[in-house]
Write a protein that binds this ligand. Structure first.
Ligand SMILES: Nc1ncnc2c1ncn2[C@@H]1O[C@H](COP(=O)(O)OP(=O)(O)O)[C@@H](O)[C@H]1O
Ligand code: SF4
Ligand SMILES: [Mg+2]
Length: 368
């Protein structure tokens, strides 16, 4: 797990700032926004939590006197994303990133907290008559394009299915036109619609997934490690397509990755997760230049410096604790070089400190 972020990594990506989505993109005002008045963000997650019951079956528990076991995969996560912006979520495997993604697209009901999309309570909508219109506006791109594309379907059917499901077509001819346009928008040929997924490379398959996700004209894309299964050489191409599409369509992204080099390339803001919680949220440039939380610093120390020999400086130390038996106080304390007595008993809150949000006693006390 710790090795995920450590070790040499031939970074094909340009340094921060190059090719970054400019903040000055001209976009339509989010609904409800009046001149000079800052509207609520398009995406607003508040104290979002998801607990899984991973207890043994009832009879085993009784016979073996085992207690009920709850796993707090996501434990009170709050963030917002303005329209047209990208928030990246980063953290080691198992810290709850995919669970956040699944909560946002309605695959999971939250145990606690809420998610508002464009001012609307999304989970109330997912349960009711508004579910389909909302699903049209929020789409997800998964990590593994091999698993997420039906191998027995032609690309025309894969990309066209959401158009039919949401009743966005009037005839077969229109389907071909729309699928052709969508394929072109991700750098593929309209002729590719007659092929099957196995006839494409990994990068091309992920482009097909993106075309499919775009079919319903979504406003918000939840991207769960969309390039992690791809060769390093094609990652940058897919990321650049995603950024171009964002500029052209004013898309809003939640971009999940365990790879900080990728996050540096695509994000406007970054949220660092540790064991189901956000420990630091900051503007991308600020986070990479002046990380505050010891965990963020550890992750950054593990990636090679841009333009260096490709050798990692300091591998990520230690292992993520067992989420079924998390440490008391700050969950990071067993791995933290700055931990003290307070850290072992009191869980730090995510506080606004110096323009960023950080959950760390040492930062709050000015020790680091
Ligand atoms: N459906 C599930 N049932 C039980 N535990 C789960 C389920 N999904 C995820 N988990 C657990 O929740 C934690 C967070 O998982 P996940 O969100 O997949 O993390 P990440 O995407 O950051 O690797 C992990 O400990 C994982 O084992
Ligand atoms: S609260 Fe304490 S243990 Fe946690 S990150 Fe800060 S210094 Fe380290
Ligand atoms: Mg995941």
């Amino acid at each position: 797990m710790s090795g995920v972020l450590a070790g040499p990594h031939p970074n094909p990506l340009p340094p921060a700032g190059e090719g970054v989505i400019p903040g000055s993109v001209s976009l339509p005002l989010p609904s409800g926004e009046r001149a000079g008045v800052r509207a609520a963000a398009l995406v607003e997650a508040t104290d979002l939590a998801k607990t899984f019951d991973v207890s043994a079956p009832w009879l085993n528990r009784v016979l073996e006197r085992k207690p009920r076991q709850l796993l707090h995969a996501v434990d009170g996560v709050s963030f917002s994303i303005e329209q047209g912006q990208t928030l990246a979520l980063v953290g080691e495997s198992g810290c709850g990133k995919s669970t956040v993604a699944r909560l946002l697209v309605g695959l999971y009901e939250p145990t606690r907290g809420s998610f508002h999309f464009d001012g609307q309570d999304a989970h109330a909508a997912f349960r009711g008559a508004q579910a389909q219109p909302l699903r049209r506006r929020i789409q997800m791109i998964f990590q593994d394009p091999y698993a997420s594309l039906n191998p027995r379907w032609k690309v025309a059917d894969i990309v066209g299915e959401p158009l039919q499901e949401h009743g966005l077509l009037s005839g077969r001819g229109e389907l071909r036109d729309r699928v052709g346009e969508l394929l072109q928008s991700v750098g593929l040929s309209p002729l590719d619609m007659a092929k099957y997924p196995h006839q494409f490379s990994g990068g091309q398959r992920q482009r097909i997934s993106i075309a499919r996700a775009l079919a319903t004209h979504p406003e918000f894309l939840v991207c769960d490690e969309p390039t992690s299964a791809l060769d390093v050489s094609v990652q940058a191409q897919v990321l650049n397509i995603m950024k171009d599409l964002q500029r052209q369509r004013g898309l809003t992204y939640l971009f999940i990755s365990h790879n900080l080099a990728v996050v540096r390339h695509v994000s406007d803001r970054v949220g660092v997760m540790y064991l189901g919680r956000l420990v630091e949220v900051a503007d991308k440039r600020q986070l990479f230049a002046h990380p505050r939380h010891p965990y963020t610093r550890m992750l950054l120390d593990a990636i090679p410096k841009i333009h260096d020999t490709g050798r990692a400086r300091t591998p990520v130390q230690g292992e993520v604790p067992n989420p079924l038996d998390p440490p008391t106080g700050c969950a990071f304390n067993p791995r933290c070089p700055h931990a003290n007595g307070r850290c072992r008993v009191e869980r730090p809150a995510l506080l606004e400190i110096g323009g960023m949000r950080v959950a760390c006693h040492a930062v709050e006390e000015g020790r680091i």
